[in-house]
Design a protein around this ligand. Structure first.
Ligand SMILES: Cc1cc2nc3c(=O)[nH]c(=O)nc-3n(C[C@H](O)[C@H](O)[C@H](O)COP(=O)(O)O)c2cc1C
Length: 386
């Protein structure tokens, strides 16, 4: 059996993972008043059977006004918690994947239309719109309705909402929470000098700009059980001169590590409309590598990682400890199985799918047949079942 770095186990705090594949958070814009519904059962159900060790539930707002769109999932009251618990209960019944949720507040990028309806900002006086908030009253795109600059009271409310959402996530049995500090949403807005022009102790120097995101981290870490993972997703650069960059990201990652963060997930961009990104395979991996060289906690790389060899190389060469896959796993929800087949590794399928093992990959479900399976489900050399 070939040795695969991608399919080697890793332990993150108390979480034992069989491979290094994470399904990245992906908004579905299909919730009703923040409530998950049968779409989320179907969507997360299929992804939980993908073979990836970890599944990240989409950006889930910690307050209603923190939603990107009016179709975003929330985790901000008893009803949204119950809806997520119900989805999780059915997914958990059939999958042992590690599952976590990305906790988010969209700040000035909130109150937008669903992407397939144009994705434009909705003004507060229009249906489905509301007043947005941000570190400073600077709109995301020129000419759109400006956010209101948060005062200290508003910041405390948001910090506490992150902590309460983490408590809800713990109560429904999630294995980890990921704090969304990337893609130009509220915490990234505090980090970047392009969106944070405050003159109080939360703006100006790097230390000041990191202060609120670190306060949120501390509140979430304190609210989530000590034996479970709190991770953070960052944008390592704004791709704009004078913006947030990799040096500041490294400083932020070190500060997070010192406070008990379990992993850093390294993405980029999303803060400024002037961003110029040279997009191509693995284009964000150099940023993950730079963070990995500075911290000892696991680092996750993401962004146009689409082939098994590419993912294998990222882990094998030490660019990152894990890879996250988003669009490729929507396109092919069994992406990790195919990667394991190509790399000579194994996955644990649900027992209902044991008969699907192709004869040319007869070790895919385990050297001596499927893990936990009865021999009757193993396929013969000639492809017949016995
Ligand atoms: C449909 C869709 C929804 C997304 N929603 C989120 C989200 O909720 N939170 C987030 O941090 N990133 C989100 N992203 C970004 C992905 O997590 C990922 O970083 C990005 O797609 C690049 O990875 P990929 O090349 O493997 O798709 C989304 C991407 C897609 C395609």
């Amino acid at each position: 059996m070939a040795h695969s770095a991608l399919f080697s186990p890793i332990r993150v705090r108390n979480l034992e993972l069989a491979n290094r594949i994470v399904i990245a958070p992906m908004c579905q814009y299909s919730a009703e008043n923040g409530l998950m519904n049968d779409w989320h059962h179907i969507h997360l159900g299929q992804l939980a059977m993908s073979g990836a060790a970890l599944l990240t539930i989409e950006a889930s707002a910690v307050l209603p006004e923190g939603r990107i769109t009016w179709g975003d999932v929330g985790l901000y009251d008893d009803a949204t918690e119950a809806a997520m618990a119900s989805t999780l209960e059915s997914v958990r019944r059939w999958s042992d994947a590690g599952i976590g949720v990305q906790l988010s507040h969209a700040g000035r990028k909130a109150s937008t239309e669903l992407p397939w309806a144009g994705g434009h900002q909705i003004a507060p006086d229009h249906e489905h719109g509301w007043q947005t908030v941000a570190p400073s009253a600077i709109p995301f795109t020129h000419g759109t309705h400006a956010p209101v600059a948060l005062d200290r009271e508003g910041m405390i409310r948001i910090r506490d909402a992150f902590a309460t959402a983490a408590t809800r996530a713990a109560r429904i049995g999630l294995d980890f929470v990921q704090i969304h500090a990337a893609h130009g949403y509220l915490l990234h807005q505090f980090l970047s000098p392009l969106s944070n022009q405050r003159t109080d102790e939360y703006g100006g120097s790097l230390e000041n700009r990191m202060r609120f995101p670190l306060e949120v981290f501390d509140a979430v870490r304190a609210a989530f059980p000590a034996d479970r993972n709190v991770t953070v997703r960052v944008s390592a650069t704004d791709w704009v001169d004078g913006g947030w960059d990799i040096e500041q990201t490294v400083a932020f990652a070190k500060a997070l590590e010192a406070r008990g963060c379990d992993a850093i997930h390294v993405s980029t961009g999303g803060l400024h409309e002037a961003q110029k990104i040279a997009v191509g395979p693995s284009y964000q991996v150099p940023h993950a590598r730079a963070v990995k060289q500075a911290v000892s906690i696991p680092v996750v790389a993401v962004g146009l990682i689409t082939s098994p060899e590419q993912a294998e190389a990222i882990v094998a060469t030490g660019d990152a400890d894990m890879v996250a896959i988003a669009r490729a796993v929507l396109y092919n929800p069994r992406w990790p199985w195919h990667a394991a087949a190509e790399l000579g590794a194994t996955v644990r399928p649900p027992k209902q799918y044991l008969r699907s093992q192709p004869s040319k990959h007869r070790h895919l479900f385990g050297v001596n047949g499927p893990v936990g399976a009865t021999p009757t489900w193993v396929r013969d050399e000639d492809g017949a079942y016995r």
